[in-house]
Design a protein around this ligand. Structure first.
Ligand code: SAM
Length: 454
């Protein structure tokens, strides 16, 4: 399907050399993956990569695929959360935020979770990521993806920007707003993006993005950093939104992104207020990615994050005796952690204090470890994706062997190393999930919705 005429005309008007120079038909469709540095370093991944990849240059952990037809989502390393499938330019915004271990980070529009996975990896298990998604179905996908990546210190919320801003006044050190947009950067790979496109969509997305920024500004502490990004090129949604926001919020200043890839923002008639467009960053297909826009802003001043009321602190407790027995046997290093009991079982809270202001819709805090059923502890998949490599009982597979493929199809297998009882199932040392051994057979506990279809 050809791109909309109005889009092409705008590109011809704004871009040196016009549409053809930035979207040449000879450019390949870009696919990529971002290595989960909670699992291994990008260098290690490059050495063991099962398909031909090259660094994309948009983020140190992101690689561009050199082969067009690889099924990235089927490989055991994907199931084990070694990488997240992420189009190269989409890896750029999270990296601009400069997240450090110990930070309190909010990802406001987080599903399906590629950028949240990057933010969690940057925290390296210390600090906390609040990953929020307003659409309930998408929020569950976000939960599942952070689970696959083995994230231990995320709080997954399903709420509005207003509810979060009301609850977390001047609390966060870093905020990412990867706003819903008209998706012009998806035109080359998704026909649906072209089909649903209209000027009305551009205008409504610009209005939503502005409202989200306007609302969530209050949740950032003075001195904190906010990155705003879209995967579209329309100046109304991009430069226009940044200009509108800076006009309304003089407490914010635009920072240089500090990166050299892509190109600067456009001086355009759509820009309301003065924006230093040289500080903005755009990636077009000619730069090696499908398309992203990003702006980095700082709240002026310097202040510690405002503490939340103690009554909102999530307090963990000791596990009941029956659950302790399970942990003493398989995860002794975790047994003394702080566990929160919820409707679907116990959650192992991260070391960092977690606050949850009243009324917010919580999907998960920390690691879902399992639940007691008739006095027996039934572990959760998340316990193994997060801590499977320290489990005292493990079935160690090679990613190349047939038993590994069988495990990911949900089949029962012959156990060769694991003893009777629950065990982690590893592929080349990366944990994919768990099973239960009895009489030399490993009963499959890999979640049905995640299995590779035959
Ligand atoms: N950051 C995500 C990632 O890297 O995987 C992609 C986010 S996507 C561009 C924008 C998200 O914003 C969508 O999941 C969408 O459901 C959500 N969204 C839509 N309207 C919203 C609103 N009014 N407030 C907050 N989020 C919204």
């Amino acid at each position: 399907m050809p791109v909309p005429e109005s889009f092409r005309e705008r590109c011809d008007r704004l871009l040196p050399g016009g549409y053809q120079a930035f979207f040449s038909q000879n450019l390949p469709l870009y696919r990529g993956l971002t290595v989960n540095t909670l699992r291994c370093t990008p260098e290690h991944f490059a050495a063991i990569a099962p398909f031909a990849v090259e660094p994309s240059g948009f983020c140190p952990a992101n690689f561009r695929l050199k082969e067009p037809n690889v099924k990235l989502g089927h490989h055991p390393y994907h199931h084990a959360g070694v990488y997240y499938v992420q189009e190269p330019s989409a890896s750029a915004p999270a990296n601009l935020l400069g997240v450090q271990p110990g930070d309190k980070v909010l990802d406001l529009c987080a599903a399906p979770g590629g950028k949240s996975a990057q933010l969690a990896a940057a925290l390296a298990g210390s600090g906390v990521l609040y990953a929020n998604e307003v659409m309930p179905d998408r929020a569950h996908v976000l939960c599942s993806n952070l689970e696959r990546m083995g994230v231990t210190n995320a709080v997954v919320l399903n709420d509005t920007a207003k509810a979060i801003a009301d609850g977390f006044c001047e609390y966060f050190d870093k905020i990412l707003v990867d706003a819903p947009c008209s998706g012009e950067g998806m035109f080359r790979k998704e026909q649906a993006a072209v089909a649903q496109y209209s000027q009305r969509l551009v205008e409504s997305c610009a209005a939503t993005a502005r409202q989200l920024l306007d609302t969530i500004a209050a949740a950032l502490r003075p001195g904190g950093v906010l990155v705003f990004s879209t995967c579209t090129f329309s100046p109304e949604e991009d430069e226009g939104t940044v200009g509108w926001f800076l006009d309304r919020h003089p407490e914010f200043e635009l920072l240089d992104t500090g990166v050299l890839f892509g190109t600067t923002g456009h001086e355009s008639c759509c820009v309301e207020g003065k924006v230093e467009t040289e500080k903005l960053r755009r990636i077009y297909p000619v730069h090696g990615g499908e398309g992203h826009f990003m702006a980095k802003m700082r709240k002026r001043g310097q202040q510690e994050s405002v503490p939340l009321a103690q009554k909102f602190l999530l307090k963990g407790e000791k596990l009941p005796k029956d659950a302790q027995a399970f942990f003493n046997q398989l995860f002794p290093s975790l047994v003394h952690g702080a566990f929160l009991e919820g409707r679907q079982g116990f959650y192992l809270l991260p070391q960092q204090e977690i606050y949850l202001p009243r009324g917010l819709h919580l999907l998960r805090a920390g690691v879902a470890v399992g639940q007691l059923q008739k006095g027996r502890f039934e572990p959760h998949h998340h316990l193994f994706t997060a801590y499977g490599t320290v489990c005292a009982n493990a079935e160690k597979l090679s990613a190349q062997e047939e038993r590994c493929s069988a495990y990911l199809r949900g089949e029962e297998l012959a156990a060769q190393n694991a003893q009777n009882g629950f065990c982690a199932v590893l592929a080349d040392g990366f944990c994919m999930g768990f099973g239960k051994v009895s009489g030399g057979r490993l009963k499959n506990r890999y979640p049905k919705g995640l299995r590779n279809l035959k």
